[in-house]
Design a protein around this ligand. Sequence first.
Ligand code: NAG
Ligand code: NAG
Ligand code: NAG
Ligand code: NAG
Length: 220
Amino acid sequence: MLRLAQSRHILALATIMVLGFTFTLFSMLYETNLNVEQLVSQRISFVILTKDGQRNTQILKSHFPQARVSLGNNASIEGSLEDIYKEKYIQELEHFMKHSKTMLVMLLEDDVIPVYTNKTLWYHIAINTVPLFSNDLANFDCSKRGLFLTTTSDGNKSLCRMFSKETLAEQIKCLRSITDPIDITIHYCQEQLNITQKRFLAFVHSGMPSVIQHHDTIIY
Ligand SMILES: *[C@@H]1O[C@H](CO)[C@@H](O)[C@H](O)[C@H]1NC(C)=O
Ligand SMILES: *[C@@H]1O[C@H](CO)[C@@H](O)[C@H](O)[C@H]1NC(C)=O
Ligand SMILES: *[C@@H]1O[C@H](CO)[C@@H](O)[C@H](O)[C@H]1NC(C)=O
Ligand SMILES: *[C@@H]1O[C@H](CO)[C@@H](O)[C@H](O)[C@H]1NC(C)=O
């Protein structure tokens, strides 16, 4: 009888510990009183990359009225579509460095759509970009599933990326130093500069073919 009572106590204690641990972990990961509006609008700049303002540009702009719409192949360089696109991408990063007061920038292609409703979308962006540790200056892939985890990048195309201003000057210098397509170059530079990459899911491809061709195949 005594043994049974003891094991019940142990079981109860273990249950309390597990619940306590889960609750702590949950509240660490999901702060309930986040100032979402402030975290997103004062920390993050948004850029929508589009050729002509078509496709999902207006949808994206409706979610982020503050977004800068980067129109056209504004790179004023000769070269393949891939080269022009890369130059445009880098110019947008430079523009952000020079003109924006926010810590992070999100570059969105015009062929993505958000995974969540507006309110949840803003919440997810806020919670996923708050650092876990100090000086945790990461790049983000915001079109892949993740769990606050650090991931290595693989050089494959991403439809949504975020960069931290803190390391961006070095990154831009590196991005210009090699001639590969932008996604491969970003991967290379992150590795060279030991920049952490994290990921979270906020956007997915809506199914429209990309204007940029990669290795002779259209990437969706
Ligand atoms: C999404 O939320 C932001 C911030 O509250 C707001 O400015 C924007 O108009 C909202 N967009 C939509 C489509 O609800
Ligand atoms: C395109 O480039 C020109 C010259 O640098 C600049 O004045 C203009 O604002 C750019 N347009 C866009 C949409 O970025
Ligand atoms: C990246 O793309 C290559 C070529 O398409 C593919 O083989 C590889 O599995 C991709 N990597 C990831 C992590 O998806
Ligand atoms: C990146 O990390 C490696 C290994 O820790 C180190 O050898 C290298 O100097 C670092 N590079 C930079 C730019 O910090």
